[in-house]
Design a protein around this ligand. Structure first.
Ligand code: PBG
Length: 329
């Protein structure tokens, strides 16, 4: 202690003195191979269609999707998560286009696989909402409720057509009970033991999916509260996690990411399988909108959101900024 006052004995600021020091002691780093690009491909369009609530993101044509996959690959991005947008006339109650071997998603999987082979991990959304006329993630019973077990049969078929098309990883995202087990069985039955399952383990009923509805041209009737989780709950996610692992999930995911970092941290500390987080459409839109107004620094805000998600425990991050960020790293 000095004679002319009391000075702090410990000075954490010392390690923040220079950029090099800060870099050296950084506990979390972003790397292109942790990033996964979600991408939409729309049937029957000759030009990409901009998504107004997601400036910079488009519904790809088959051709521009191929290019986006090549660009992601060149930037070192780990994988691509594909979503199909069928023609409106092809939507029906059962989501038939989702199991048509020539449906848009299956065609896109084949296209991307032919273009980049195994250089990129090719993933597909395994859910019915893009293909149903009512916009729900499953089929409905006579009372209009989402029928869990009838939906599982549809998911089994979807898993098989997606695997036949050449996908590396399927992402069951509909939050039906038993979906991971049924998908695993369906894949194994046709000899696709090597196709992995990225389980949407903790998927919350979120207002931040808003822009995605435009992205996949879905007009949802009602809401998803009987199958997606209540934002008020965290322990429930651990139950979902235990079930998904028991049913054979190879990787697990928390979604949305930013508003659910506590859930992500809990999941990450309790499993040994790789953990992913999905920074969803509304999280993207908020940053883009505030940046457009000049209210925040876009690049810094993007990196901060992604760093936060890594810090909370995600190994992989699905983000619409994947290619851009990977290029900058
Ligand atoms: C379901 C699915 C959704 C998203 C990914 N898969 C929509 C939903 O569950 O309501 C949302 C992704 C995003 O908002 O970026 N097929």
């Amino acid at each position: 202690m000095s004679t002319y006052g009391s000075f702090p004995g410990s000075r954490p600021r010392r390690l923040r003195t220079t950029p090099a020091l800060r870099r050296m002691v950084a506990e979390t780093r972003l790397h292109p191979s942790d990033l996964i690009l979600p991408a939409f491909v729309r049937e029957g369009v000759s030009e990409p269609v901009p998504i107004s609530a997601m400036p910079g993101v488009v519904q790809h044509t088959r051709d521009t999707l191929r290019k986006a996959a090549v660009e992601a690959c060149a930037a070192g991005v780990a994988g691509i998560m594909l979503f199909g947008v069928p023609e409106d006339s092809k939507k029906d109650g059962a989501g038939t286009a989702g199991t048509d071997p020539d449906g848009i998603l299956q065609v896109a999987i084949r296209d991307v696989r032919a273009e980049v082979g195994d250089e990129l991990v090719i993933m597909s959304d395994l859910c019915l909402d893009e293909y149903t006329d009512h916009g729900h993630c499953g089929v409905l019973d006579a009372e209009g409720r989402v029928d869990n077990d009838a939906t599982l049969e549809r998911y089994a078929e979807m898993a098989q057509v997606q695997a036949d098309a050449g996908v590396h990883v399927v992402g069951p995202s509909g939050m039906m009970d038993g979906q991971v087990g049924v998908v695993r069985d369906a894949l194994d039955t046709i000899g696709k033991e090597d196709v992995s399952i990225l389980a949407y383990t903790a998927k919350y009923s979120s207002a931040f999916y808003g822009p995605f509805r435009e992205a996949v041209g879905s007009s949802l009737r009602g809401d998803r509260k009987t199958y997606q989780q209540d934002p008020a709950n965290v322990r429930e996610s651990l139950r979902e996690l235990a079930l998904d692992l028991e049913e054979g999930a190879d990787m697990v995911m928390v979604k949305p990411a930013g508003p659910y970092l506590d859930v992500l941290a809990k999941v990450a500390e309790s499993v040994s399988v790789p953990v992913a987080a999905y920074q969803i459409s509304g999280e993207y839109a908020m940053v883009e909108a505030a940046a457009e107004k000049g209210w925040i620094d876009r690049e810094k805000a993007i990196l901060e959101t992604l760093t936060g998600i890594r810090r909370a425990g995600a190994k992989m991050i699905l983000t619409y900024w994947a290619t851009e960020v990977a290029r900058g790293l």
